[in-house]
Design a protein around this ligand. Structure first.
Ligand SMILES: NC(=O)c1ccc[n+]([C@@H]2O[C@H](COP(=O)([O-])OP(=O)(O)OC[C@H]3O[C@@H](n4cnc5c(N)ncnc54)[C@H](OP(=O)(O)O)[C@@H]3O)[C@@H](O)[C@H]2O)c1
Length: 273
């Protein structure tokens, strides 16, 4: 196995933490990021563990600082995993543009910021791999999680374009699409400010998010995503978009063949009523 240097955003929790630990246990050099203040970054670059560096993906200066520290200590990055992200819940009418902006700032523009800062190095070294963590919600437009769905749909579109643009530079881009995974994502989900009992959507939104939360709590462990990421890292030609888990693969297939009105009806019955 070739030892790779892997940067994973959002390495402090859930999918990012488990993926980092798994890849480090296989012998890779893994750097994770967190918005928390990491004391003495430079002392944390040890083999066999995840080294943590402070980075807020929504802040270009913070990204620049972290990338500089990583290149100073590691000299190169082979794989960038854009994993940092969060969910937002509430009807679209109950979502302010500023809440929507923040969702995109982290889940899409954060990915773009980190990628844009790493890509000059990838092009210079003549290779590189980007793995973006999307979601099944990127192709199933979820009621009461509309902005989250929109951010992951946009991430898929962005990733496909980036992949084509980077083709001559031997840099690949893939999107891993988890279904329900048991992580702190559920507890960290933010409700929009207008999602209160004064909202005409409140009861439906609460019910819908309740269904989603139950599925997440009973969801797969993050190791299933870690193993899929490792599979893609070892591939000569990584896939464009990979939905993880048999149930979700079937779901995606059904959604790609049934008429849109039918898929809309199914989503309404599960999450919209
Ligand atoms: N869990 C699921 O069911 C599920 C399903 C589909 C897709 N996903 C996606 O998987 C990814 C990881 O989520 P998770 O389930 O592992 O959730 P999680 O346990 O809440 O972890 C989220 C991670 O993202 C980081 N993060 C959040 N905002 C950030 C910001 N502005 N800048 C830098 N880091 C930030 C957090 O780090 P700090 O708080 O330490 O900064 C944390 O490490 C997300 O992109 C999510 O959309 C999750």
């Amino acid at each position: 196995m070739k030892v790779k240097t892997i940067l994973i955003t959002g390495g402090s929790s859930g999918i990012g933490k488990k993926t980092g630990q798994y890849l480090a246990s296989l012998g890779h050099i893994v750097i994770g990021t967190t918005r928390q203040f990491v004391l003495k970054d430079e002392q944390l670059f040890e083999e066999g563990t995840i080294s943590m560096v402070t980075m807020d993906v929504s802040n270009p200066i913070s990204v620049k600082k972290a990338i500089a520290i990583i290149y100073h200590h590691c000299k190169n990055i082979d794989v960038l995993i854009n994993n940092a992200g969060y969910g937002i819940a509430g009807a679209l009418e109950d979502t302010s543009v500023s809440e929507a902006n923040n969702m995109f700032l982290v889940n899409l523009f954060g990915v773009m910021e980190v990628s844009n800062q790493v890509l000059p190095y990838f092009r210079a070294q003549g290779y590189g791999q980007i793995i973006n963590i999307g979601s099944v919600a990127g192709y199933v437009s979820l009621p009461f999680q509309g902005l989250y769905s929109a951010s992951k749909a946009a991430l898929l579109s962005y990733s496909k374009t980036l992949r084509n643009e980077l083709r001559p530079y031997n840099v690949t881009v893939s999107v891993i699409e988890p279904g329900d995974i048991k992580t702190n994502f559920t507890a960290n989900r933010q409700y929009t400010n207008r999602t209160t009992n004064k909202s005409p959507y409140y009861i439906r939104a609460k019910r819908s998010i309740g269904v989603m939360e139950k599925d997440e709590i009973n969801g797969d462990a993050p190791i299933v995503i870690a193993k899929e990421i490792n599979k893609q890292i070892n591939k000569k030609h990584p896939a464009i978009a990979i939905t993880v888990g048999f149930k979700y693969k079937v779901f995606k297939l059904i959604f790609s063949v049934v008429p849109t009105r039918l898929s809309e009806y199914i989503v309404y019955q599960i999450y919209g009523k």
